[in-house]
Design a protein. Sequence first.
Length: 460
Amino acid sequence: MSLLVVGLSHRSAPVSVLERASLASDTQAKLLQDTLAAEPAAEGAVLATCNRIELYADVDKFHAGVAELSTLLAQHSGVGLEELTPYLYVHYEDRAVHHLFSVACGLDSMVVGEGQILGQIKDALALGQDLHTAGRLLNDLFQQALRVGKRAHSETGIDRAGQSLVTFGLEQLADGTDVDVWAAGKRALVIGAGSMSSLAAATLARAGVSEIVIANRTAARADRLVQILTEPGGPGVAARAVDMTAVGDELTRADVVVSCTGATGLVLTAEAVETALAGRTSAEAAPDGAPALALLDLAMPRDIDAAAHRMPGVRLVDIESLAEASADAPMAADVDRVRSIVADEVAAFGAAQRAAHITPTVVALRTMAADVVAGEVARLEGRLPDLDERQRAEITQTVRRVVDKLLHAPTVRVKQLASEPGGAGYADALRTLFDLDPETVASVSRADLNDADVKNRGRV
């Protein structure tokens, strides 16, 4: 295994850098294609969220791989390499596996224990599969990361340690008040209709807002989200969809706004927010000096002008303020249990990968043995042509049993040894001792890879 990850996150870089380095979906696809075109990389996958950008690759050279992946991240993010480099982290082999498993469990999230990252990991794998950049190693790695994350959430109380970024953001807006009490009866405007916006709308509906307005550039997606919110058995909130051109008018009526779009520029400028505040009637003013307009910006790069922070009557919570607040969030006791799960799973993954590395060699050895048996049986038939069918079958079966018994113990033992650290050399030893044709071993590996790709694509 020569797994390499190069990336940056809220832990290594300021939000201002993350904001500039964010990758649109089409940019992610181009980054993956360029990664495979680079000499050191045989596979690639990119995990891009609002607070992390990570490029995973199977490389044949560590230093060349780090240099190439860092350069590619800089080129596609639009942040110069010299500026980006101080914020990049690098993990290799088992440390890279440990990092992704920790991310999948929510241990590396801005809000510890949040479960949204599992969906984002699944999306990253699906993109790699669609573009055929994720081969056997990355398919195995990301599939296992999803299982580890689910195991952490089912076997521990890590969910109590954190919540979704949406819930955490609403708690910051509520400023110490219970979210359900704070949200009750409010009118909400949700800008965007993607996964984060949908989660925000559902969370607001459960919290008891009186109305939700969905604004999105694609009307069909906004209508679909409204349908989900208003369907029988749902939260039962009043909801309607509007065009993005109506956002200004809706701002004058909204009490809380959640924005999470893929726009590269501001969706709400300071002037738009100021105009909305001026357009509110005195009856709409918040009592007791509370903010008249609560804004939650979950986009990266930001959707809402940071200047809104300084406006009277406005409370703005964005990724930057969430990062500061999360640094003081308490850690649950279950975090230690999750770390133990991650450590066990990393060891198991490494052992499985090392054992899988020797399988093509063992298969090639058994194929060679079968060919030897077939050749010797053919020679025997030529020398003893008077053997009847029953005798010929008995001799053939006996020879096969002898070969199988001779190979059984060493092949079982070599698989056990290969699963241990440093066990990769046993495959080389087998190939040398039995003078196995390298092309035969490679052909088995290619067949395994094709089978694994078909199987894994059906699991995501």
